[in-house]
Design a protein around this ligand. Structure first.
Ligand SMILES: [Zn+2]
Length: 319
């Protein structure tokens, strides 16, 4: 097989994306990355998955900047059947599961749950949604008398593991059937999705009046991005520059814009420190960690949920 037909074959398993923010098709390439560059910094990847029949390890994947709105994104996404194979076979489950046993990770989830619980309404029964529940570790912490938990998850291994912890997870229909939710979580998920704005609108449609939630993505502010791209030229790869998994590279501004556009407002509350420039610089690779409160308008209105940010706080990423 020559190089051209190999490229054509690989491209047939990928889909070119429009800017997820403004849908423009015009973009400039910021950097090209191959998966083999990422192997040394991503030990959860099963390198044997990558070949001419999937994504060749040397195939160059562009990360681009939208010419219209400047949003940074991965130009290609895997077609659904390839993505399913990737998430089920290219990621080593045991390595990924190891993270949930880390004390720091558990502590951050306990703290998150505590804050969300504090911000939620006083009800006898609270329903919690984790949109991207993974191994069910957050929901297992939240689960208690009067607290019903439901996770969105597609990986059978993770669904099975969650079930053994008393946490039920499933697809969109499962989530829809158990709506509305009083508390939601969407932690390190939006950067993986082709249409993150639509996902936020979908979450909003599942929420009860006065629901409160937490949304977090990795921080790709211009200076962070500049630093990582600069390091690339010196041969140093940042593991979060990952064109197959991380499709969207949010700045604090674009992150908020997308959330507000989906009908949420940041909640300004008591007892929580607002994320400051200083605090986010203290973390090597900070995420945005923000609480969002949702309020439903009379039914029939298109933007039927406001979010009020009562709390923005910083937690260190552990992965
Ligand atoms: Zn754009």
């Amino acid at each position: 097989m020559n190089n051209k037909s190999m490229t054509d074959n690989t491209l047939s398993r990928l889909e070119k994306r429009a800017c997820p923010f403004c849908m423009s098709m015009r973009q400039d390439t910021l950097v090209m990355l191959t998966m083999s560059q990422l192997f040394p910094v991503n030990p959860t990847l099963d390198q044997s998955w990558f070949n001419e029949k999937t994504i060749p390890p040397g195939f160059e994947l562009p990360i681009v900047r939208c010419s219209e709105c400047s949003f940074v994104y991965s130009l290609y996404k895997m077609k659904d059947h390839v993505a399913l194979s990737y998430y089920n076979e290219a990621i080593l489950a045991e390595k990924s599961k190891e993270k949930i046993y880390k004390k720091a990770k558990r502590r951050s989830l306990i703290s998150l749950w505590q804050q969300l619980h504090l911000l939620s309404e006083d009800k006898d029964t609270l329903k919690v949604l984790d949109f991207g529940a993974g191994w069910g570790d957050f929901l297992a912490i939240a689960k208690s008398p009067g607290v019903e938990v439901h996770g969105l998850e597609f990986d059978e291994r993770k669904i099975h593991f969650s079930k053994a912890q008393g946490v039920r997870s499933g697809g969109i229909d499962f989530i829809k059937d158990n709506a509305p939710y009083d508390i939601f979580m969407c932690n390190q998920v939006l950067e993986h999705l082709d249409r993150p704005g639509d996902a936020l609108k979908q979450i909003r449609s599942f929420l009860a009046k006065n629901a409160v939630g937490f949304v977090a993505v990795p921080n790709f502010s211009d200076d962070v991005l500049e630093k990582h791209i600069g390091a690339l030229y010196k041969g140093k790869v940042e593991k979060n520059l990952h064109p197959l998994e991380h499709l969207n590279y949010f700045t604090p501004f674009s992150f908020r814009q997308m959330i507000f556009k989906a009908g949420f407002k940041e909640v300004a509350g008591d007892g929580f420190k607002a994320a400051s420039k200083k605090s986010s610089k203290n973390s090597r690779f900070p995420g945005f960690f923000n609480m969002f409160k949702a309020k439903k308008q009379p039914t029939g209105e298109s933007t039927n949920i406001f979010v009020t940010i009562s709390a923005a706080h910083k937690l260190k990423r552990n992965n």
